[in-house]
Ligand binder design. Sequence first.
Ligand code: MGD
Ligand code: MGD
Ligand code: MO
Length: 764
Amino acid sequence: MAEDGREPKGYDGPTGGWGSLRGMTRIELSARAGPGATLTLKEQNKPGGYMCSSCAWTKPEDPHAFEFCENGAKATFWDLTTSRCEPEFFETRTVTELREWGDYRLEKAGRLTEPLRYNPDTDKYERTSWDEAFSAIGAKLRELDPKSVTFYASGKAALEPSYLYAVFARAYGHNNLPDSSNMCHETTSVGLKKVTGSSVGTCQMEDFDHVDAIFYLGQNPGTNSPRILSTLQEVVERGCRIVVFNPLREKGLREFVSPQDPVQMTVGKPTRIDHLYCQVRPGGDIAALMGVCKRVLERDAEAQRLGRQRVLDLKFIEQHTNGIGAFLKTLTDTSWGELETASGLSRFQMEQAGDVYATSSNVMGIYGMGLTQHVHGSQSIGMLVNLLLLGGNIGRKGAGCSPIRGHSNVQGQRTVGITEKVKLAPVEKYRELLDLETPQEDGHNTVHFVEGVLDGSQKGFVGLGGNLANAVPDHARVHEKWRDLDITVHVATRLNTTHCLPGKTSWILPCLVRAEEDEQASGKQWVSIEDSFSHIYGSRSSRRPASPHLKSETAIVCGLAKATLDGSNPKLDWDGWTADYSRIRDLIAATYPEEFHDMNARMNEPGGFWRGNPAHERNWKTDSGKAEFTDPTVLNACGIGDADGRFHLVTLRSNDQFNTTIYGHSDRLRGLSGSRMIVLMSPEDMRANDLIEGDQVTLATDNDGREGDMRRAVTGLKIVPYDLPGGTLAGYFPELNPLVPLWYHEELSQTPASKGIPVRIERG
Ligand SMILES: Nc1nc2c(c(=O)[nH]1)N[C@H]1C(S)=C(S)[C@@H](COP(=O)(O)OP(=O)(O)OC[C@H]3O[C@@H](n4cnc5c(=O)[nH]c(N)nc54)[C@H](O)[C@@H]3O)O[C@H]1N2
Ligand SMILES: Nc1nc2c(c(=O)[nH]1)N[C@H]1C(S)=C(S)[C@@H](COP(=O)(O)OP(=O)(O)OC[C@H]3O[C@@H](n4cnc5c(=O)[nH]c(N)nc54)[C@H](O)[C@@H]3O)O[C@H]1N2
Ligand SMILES: [Mo]
């Protein structure tokens, strides 16, 4: 396949199957994964083994012989590459040169092996020692006002380093603790919490044994959480119906062949996953779900007339919910025509989906970035919860609301205190257990931090993983200003673009990956992580690290903290914690006794331990003490509506990518391959706009005349015809991030709205 161009025929195989094995092997070769990498995979997601660093989908109690998926394997191969990015690599390359490489080439240089310090005179990173790095960073951080420094976390680091990272930030003097969640599921943390009292999903694995219908919105399992496909296959095969809402016809939601099943792999037919596929337009979910609710009410009225069992669960609604009246009034006042326009669906499709709901006993809602990354994303989540509440489908076996989280420990990082919101930090416990008084005011989330970079008020950045300068909105502007920071520190496994934007002083601190052995003074260490179902698992590997100079994330956090703080608080035992992580877990257990008691003993139970969820027990931690119906203020979740010549752009991940890490150039499940600088557009829209395949265009953000705003554009994009709703375009993250204005974010959570960006097409 040409590196530049598109696979002409498109992909007609199912998800999983031989295609996924070939995809894995291709990346194993291209990543130059070391000998034994495939054997290491056998330990993945098993009790006693290590937990995959790719997605946050749950790890079953009784795992398959190979409990991993195509993309989990790619992530592991990527981590276990034999390529090394040693200090010598930088001798012949300036940072200015490397900045032009892009993340694909930079990451391909291999695993970072030794601490590096930026030398502004030579414009190069140079070898340094850990001691020198820690003490120089500590000295610089002490010079700065802590409030002007942000500690970012990208969602991979385990619970132990994450807990200590949050303690370090607060002992130093700020709550500037955004994590990747601020660009991802923060809409869930705020929006789902507002209506159910729970900031995380309410389902458990056993609910899948009882579910009859799943409403599956804005999540792409074939690429982003492939292990869920075996579960979806099982539920479909026992008769559960899956109703999908997605502007793209994603292969993983259409058909699947289990690579675990030798018969299906050789002679069997793929399993059809979707019962009904609704190609909503971007942000169309609010209206689409209102249409579904309308139908459910019609079916309920009909049941009442005929003396049949009601569709609504009246007892539940009365006992457990608040605010249905206002919602029903809005529903009655909104016409089918309005719902059709705002959703992009026909009345018939919404009615069919409503019929599935009305004829199912146990219904689950599952969603991802297609809901959270919109200006009114919390209203989309609210509307999904409305639908579930009508039938009493939360807090009951086989039912519930299940956001699919991103990074493998992103939920866990929030759980153990990485948050910019003071009210969510365990302030009392810090005082009681650590004699620590912590700052009173909220810190920066990602958007605030980036605003601070742009206006110069932020002076320092420490990143526990991630590639923040490339993951954020408006990154062309951000890149210009990032270098004005006084200090940038990156704890990382591989080189990326953000590292190539060094501040006035800058360090790269290389760390172990989860699939490597972590040996400290008291012996080999376990770490722990939390999945999307709030289960906590131990993780350990016996694989030799990529370099003898690497440190664990825990050791690095402790090293930085010790060098930065004045050492006057004997309770902050950074050396002791590094020597023995079980002591950190004791501290986590003491901080959150209800959820984490006996953590050291319980984390290695098969299937992990569950830290519980009040909404699962119908205990609603909301202001009213009940689950809240949402009365929507808009019908479409995009922040800027329709206008002549305006399209709404969705930014996507390909099947060969983990966020900004690009493994290769094949987006197999969408039948796309080659250049990532493409714009997908429906053939009808192409005709109407006089465009043909391969035409070169520029996309420019349409800010609806916002005063004082700048021009944002990405050039050099090629048009590719694709099955999409009218008025919709799609292309890749992070290449299209310069089009997302920093101010275009979710209304309650400030999650950047990367799924419904208003743009115009310019030729050339
Ligand atoms: N292999 C791999 N695994 C990953 C990642 C990765 O990059 N690669 N990233 C990890 C991370 S951090 C995260 S957050 C998750 C992300 O996983 P997802 O939540 O699946 O996120 P996206 O890939 O951004 O796309 C979401 C889906 O939403 C659809 N969509 C877009 N707009 C709308 C809309 O308005 N309505 C509806 N209903 N659908 C819409 C898109 O077509 C797409 O299918 O995956 C995690 N797992
Ligand atoms: N337009 C648009 N923008 C988006 C999104 C979108 O859908 N569209 N999605 C958003 C989402 S959901 C997210 S989560 C963010 C992602 O944003 P980030 O989390 O900041 O980005 P990643 O690409 O996951 O970070 C990759 C880097 O992490 C480092 N790394 C990898 N493994 C480890 C490890 O084990 N430890 C440490 N310390 N470092 C490691 C490597 O150096 C690698 O280069 O992007 C967001 N941005
Ligand atoms: Mo994410």
